[in-house]
Design a protein around this ligand. Structure first.
Ligand code: ATP
Length: 235
């Protein structure tokens, strides 16, 4: 098991955002976490990456307890989080943003190789390598945020709403990129309101409603589940 979340409870003061969720992810999988606004999806990712501390419950990564490990140590163990809203450095160039993703890599030549590889996968970022991050379109910024995460060679990538605010063409491109990152061996926990797209590339999925998992299973089964169709697939 790569990731094992057990009976996780997280609160913001009196607000119980997660009320005892269980989620697992096996090495190589794409697992989707779907649900509406305020369901607790971002809270789940923020707790895995150490930004929030749970009230109770545990998180194990590659058989180690990481529940009280600080965020920077979680990064160095191989969990990279691409938060909602991208959070790129808007005054730094595209290339500088990518270099920030590789801050743990001390070997300059290796860093340069990684940069060239990222540019092969994201030719649009290569064209704009000297441009300030803040001048990119929303879709390009999302690409940059994902590309920056790849520079850190994640074992597990946490993606929070990568399709948010993007035009359909960009959504398709971003999901193709996510699939190709997974094909090269990175496991992915994908949070999405776009249930159709998320389940179309995920192996398995969990449906989160107001802090509880109400349904889980193989993506194909979820795509045909009446509850999912009614609540999340617009039918
Ligand atoms: P969205 O897609 O809208 O971001 P989400 O599923 O990611 O939703 P969370 O952001 O995890 O949901 O929020 C879960 C619950 O916790 C919500 O009720 C939200 O209002 C609450 N919450 C989130 N962040 C905070 C905070 N910093 N302070 C207080 N309550 C919060």
């Amino acid at each position: 098991m790569m990731l094992e979340i057990k009976e996780l409870c997280v609160s913001y003061g009196a607000i119980k955002a997660l009320k005892g969720i269980d989620v697992t992810l096996t090495e190589g999988e794409i697992v989707a976490l779907i649900g509406g606004n305020g369901a607790g999806k971002s809270t789940t990712l923020n707790t895995i990456s150490g930004l929030l501390r749970p009230v109770s419950g545990g998180i194990r990564f590659l058989d180690d307890e990481i529940t009280s490990v600080p965020p920077q140590e979680i990064v160095s163990r191989g969990i990279i989080h691409v938060p909602e809203g991208r959070r790129i450095f808007s005054s730094l160039t595209v290339e500088e943003n990518l270099e920030m993703g590789a801050y743990l890599q001390r070997d300059k030549a290796a860093k340069q190789r990684d940069l060239e590889e990222v540019f092969v996968r994201f030719p649009r970022l290569k064209e704009r390598r000297r441009q300030a991050g803040g001048t990119l379109s929303g879709g390009e910024q999302q690409m940059l945020a994902i590309a920056r995460a790849i520079m850190a060679h994640p074992k597990l990538l946490l993606l929070d709403e990568p399709s948010m605010g993007l035009s359909p063409v960009f959504v398709e491109q971003i999901f193709d990129i996510i699939q190709s990152i997974n094909d090269q061996g990175t496991s992915i926990l994908l949070v999405e309101q776009n249930a159709q797209m998320a389940l179309s590339i995920a192996d398995r999925g969990y449906v989160l409603e107001t802090g509880r998992i109400v349904l889980s299973g193989a993506s194909d089964d979820l795509l045909h589940d009446p509850l999912v169709i009614k609540a999340y697939l617009g039918g």
